[in-house]
Design a protein around this ligand. Structure first.
Ligand code: HEM
Length: 417
């Protein structure tokens, strides 16, 4: 084990210090170099930063994804448990991403029948239409100085409209989805210090669940061509998704695909504005787009970390991760590990070596990866072509101070330089 002094230890615990939030890569590099299997005293959690460890832990079922059940049990054991909170947590607990095999295996197989790469590929024309519409509106709304908030105008609405449209939500109801998704994200990704996050999540979740349940009832009686119908009809032999699973997966898809894709779009536009030579390369060689999206996911991807709970004692790097301990698997650190990527802090669309972990790996590998890639590969080239002299107008960037995601509160851009 690396010897880390008490002073350094305290410093390395500052995972949410302003400088580590602004530049997680520099912070995580120091952590990987000095203490790659790090016990973070502040968050009482392990923090893994090497690509090899992060990838191995995600494929190792001794690291469990069932991390909501213990919170529910703790709340229930209290003298006066918050029963509304327990109800919200139980809904969350039904999400695919929080289930372990074998339950997860059956659940995912059924969902995959409906949310298949073929169905996603069929969305191309619709995603193109939505992207064009949002970019037209953004241009019309630009202020006298030509500035817009790219998050609010494009990156935030695009994925919400796409998934709502896939599920068969009518256009007039789509704004509701954006608000609920925001409320729930306060609980799942939120700053641990945010005192209102439970209340906001509870009301958002309750309204969303009511809406989704009605949508599912409707398509059971009047099937459509949408994803909600495909999920209701998904069969594997005699098996079908239960009513609870149907609600849970719709919420999980809506939610899982929203903030992440928003951040991918905004982080990518920022990276391109800061690397004009790479932006020019992509304009000149549009066929590079798929490689560019992979590199943008690696370079400054939306998921900084995923969480696991050790189901049993695990020895790693000379340390013992004890049963029940929480572990942060730092995807951002893995994606900048010099053992795997040459010059990891450079943005290079011609990079050929190394596989990033931005969508995870193993049984929980992102179910929406094909959709996220499709959305990014459609909207990014359109932004580059339409606004060739786009510049960042923010003097200082405001990153959300959370451990799990990497996202900007806003991104003010001047469309015409
Ligand atoms: C760039 C955008 C995205 C990123 C970076 C991302 C990242 C991830 C990661 C890292 C995981 C693994 C979580 C874990 O191992 O605990 C995951 C799982 C998941 N993602 Fe995504 N995601 C994105 C977009 C989407 C979209 C668009 C959808 C759906 C519409 C989606 C739905 C899901 C679901 C349902 C899971 C759980 C899969 C399972 O547990 O089997 N994601 N995502």
């Amino acid at each position: 084990m690396t010897d880390v002094s008490a002073h350094d230890q305290a410093d390395l615990d500052e995972i949410l210090s302003p400088s580590a939030v602004a530049d997680p890569y520099g912070f995580l590099e120091r952590l990987r170099a000095s203490d790659p299997v790090h016990w973070n005293a502040r968050y009482r959690s392990w923090v893994l930063t090497r690509h090899a460890d992060v990838g191995a832990a995600m494929s190792d079922l001794r690291f469990s994804s069932d991390r909501i059940s213990p919170v529910i049990q703790r709340e229930r054991r209290k003298e006066r448990p918050d029963l509304d909170l327990v109800e919200t947590l139980e809904l969350l607990n039904g999400w695919l991403v929080f289930r372990d095999p074998p339950e997860h295996t059956r659940f995912r197989r059924l969902v995959h029948k409906a949310f298949s790469p073929r169905i996603i590929a069929a969305m191309r024309a619709e995603v193109e239409r939505i992207a064009d519409e949002l970019l037209d509106e953004a241009r019309d709304r630009a202020g006298a100085d030509g500035a817009i908030d790219l998050v609010q105008e494009v990156a935030f609405p695009l994925p919400a409209i796409v998934i709502a449209s896939m599920l068969g939500v009518p256009p007039e109801d789509r704004a509701l989805f954006k608000n609920w998704s925001d409320d729930i994200s306060a609980l799942v990704f939120g700053a641990m210090e945010d005192p209102d996050r439970h209340d906001r999540a509870q009301s958002g979740m309750a309204e969303l669940v009511r809406y989704i349940s009605q949508l599912l009832e409707r398509v059971s009686v009047e099937p459509g061509e949408d994803l909600a119908t495909a999920l209701v009809q998904a069969r594997d032999g005699d098996e079908a998704l239960t009513q609870e699973e149907l609600v849970a997966i719709c919420v999980n898809l809506l939610f899982g695909g929203h903030e992440t894709t928003t951040n991918l779009i905004a982080n990518s536009v920022l990276a391109l504005a800061r690397h004009p030579a790479q932006a020019d390369l992509l304009r000149e060689e549009p066929a590079l787009i798929n490689k560019a999206v992979e590199e943008l996911l690696r370079y400054d991807g939306p998921a900084k970390a995923v969480v696991r709970l050790a189901a049993e004692d695990v020895e790693l790097g000379g340390r013992t991760i004890a049963a029940g301990d929480r572990v942060f698997l730092m995807l951002s650190a893995a994606n900048h590990d010099p053992e795997v990527f040459d010059a990891p802090h450079e943005l290079d669309f011609r990079r050929s070596k190394g596989a990033h972990l931005a969508f995870g790996i193993g049984v929980h590998y992102c179910l929406g990866a094909t959709l996220a890639r499709l959305e990014a590969s459609i909207v990014i080239p359109r932004i580059l072509q339409r606004f060739p002299s786009l510049t960042i107008a923010d003097q200082e960037l405001e990153w959300n101070p959370v451990i799990l995601t990497r996202g900007l509160r806003r991104l003010l851009v001047r469309l015409d330089g």
